[in-house]
Design a protein. Structure first.
Length: 402
């Protein structure tokens, strides 16, 4: 059974570090990584944690200890990874819409480079020729994902080089000598259907035949995580079995070995995270009962940005009578976390817990309305450990010309 953090520990964390508060379960992170590793154990697989989901360096160190690689979308994330102890060979730099200067810097750091732009690929090839092999990101023209905002492989997406431009990639290889060691695709996030991954795999395997130096297939991430009650995620065991069969058959037909890369983020940390808020006010109007909390979309924007659903529980009064509320934040904008949500009766001061808050929670937080960002803590065998302190007014003022 997947590990979870008890309400008693969560409440103890709020007493020590106040609310709002992000809490992460190290045991659950390790469990998710082990589950994913087992699912693909018949393949030569490298798992690179997509650290844009949660980049606290203390979390990155967990994955480094586990032997994972790390997927970075900015040079600062690359620097985080290096400081967390990752070997450059275990780091992928997968940016979007950045200049050639960023790629030159990444090359100086000796990390893996993933290029998704024809002009950048040509510039890189002209600079380095065949001396620094790269991965190329392909847009497969597959519409997938739980929301159009997190669908990255459709024909109108900014991500990747269109699969229809494959010949132009090959022309650049011929002209500049740049070596393409791998092809990458990522169709989106919250993908449940095994068929979506298979469709992408079939496209990328067929295209790979055109690249004589290729020995890496990068299938990205995007594995569905259950958010709603009774919802199920992607069947990771079925996916592992099916992909293993396909890739093994391909290797036999091509008389070559393929290393498979994955870049999961949400799958590894989402269910390990809890966001804790305190009920500040109760408010009734003719149509609604509101619970106001000491947070807003400046701390958890997913419900407003993606219409994302998070299970919310009143962990201070778990046996109270059920009542229906709108759970709202304290930001001077419409920041409704949940509409018409049944909760155990909420009283001012009660602690509300948002489940599945480990991915894109703190990471997408801001200082909107000049409110400070919350603390983060990690729960492990050593107890409850502070891994980022709560911000202060002085933090908000830092850097301003006074």
């Amino acid at each position: 059974m997947a590990p979870t953090i008890s309400n008693e520990i969560l409440l103890a964390a709020t007493k020590e570090f106040a609310t709002p508060l992000y809490v992460y379960d190290e045991e659950r992170i390790r469990y998710q990584y082990a589950t994913l590793s087992r699912a693909f154990n018949k393949l030569d697989v490298n798992i690179f944690y997509a650290c844009k989901a949660l980049s606290n360096i203390n979390v990155l160190r967990i994955f480094q200890q586990l032997g994972a690689g790390i997927d970075c979308v900015s040079l600062n994330e690359v620097q985080f990874a290096l400081r967390a102890g990752f070997d450059p060979a275990k780091i992928i730099f997968t940016p979007n819409s950045v200049s050639i200067e960023d790629y030159v810097e990444a090359r100086s750091l000796q990390v893996n480079i993933n290029i998704d732009n024809l002009h950048i690929l040509k510039q890189f090839g002209e600079l380095y020729g065949n001396t620094y092999p790269v991965v190329v990101r392909i847009n497969p023209h597959i519409l997938a994902g739980g929301n159009i905002k997190i669908s990255t492989g459709h024909i109108d997406s900014k991500f990747g080089i269109s699969i229809d431009q494959a010949e132009q990639i090959l022309d650049i290889v011929t002209e500049t000598g740049v070596v393409v060691k791998g092809l990458h695709l990522h169709t989106g996030s919250e993908i449940k259907e095994v068929e979506v991954f298979l469709n992408g795999l079939n496209l990328i395997l067929e295209l790979s035949k055109k690249f004589k130096d290729l020995d890496i297939i990068d299938l990205g991430g995007g594995f569905k995580v259950p958010y709603k009650p009774n919802e199920t995620g992607v069947n990771i065991q079925e996916l592992g079995t099916t992909l293993s069969e396909k890739i093994t058959a391909f290797e036999a037909s091509q008389h070559k070995k393929i290393q498979v890369w994955f870049e999961p983020g949400k799958y590894l940390v989402s269910e390990a995270g809890y966001f804790l808020t305190k009920a500040t006010i109760l408010k009734e109007n003719p149509t609604r009962s509101f619970v106001g909390v000491d947070s807003g979309f400046n701390h958890l924007i997913r419900p407003m940005f993606y219409d994302a659903y998070h299970i919310i529980q009143n962990i201070s009064n778990p046996n109270g009578a059920l009542k229906t509320y709108n759970v709202v934040g304290n930001i001077c904008e419409t920041d409704t976390f949940a509409w018409d949500r049944e909760l155990n009766e909420v009283r001012p001061g009660d602690i509300l817990c948002f489940k599945n808050a480990g991915a894109y929670g703190f990471e997408m937080s801001s200082r909107f309305n000049s409110r400070v960002r919350p603390a983060e803590v990690l729960v492990n065998k050593n107890g409850i450990q502070l891994i980022r302190r709560r911000e202060t007014l002085e933090d908000l003022l830092e850097g301003q010309v006074l």
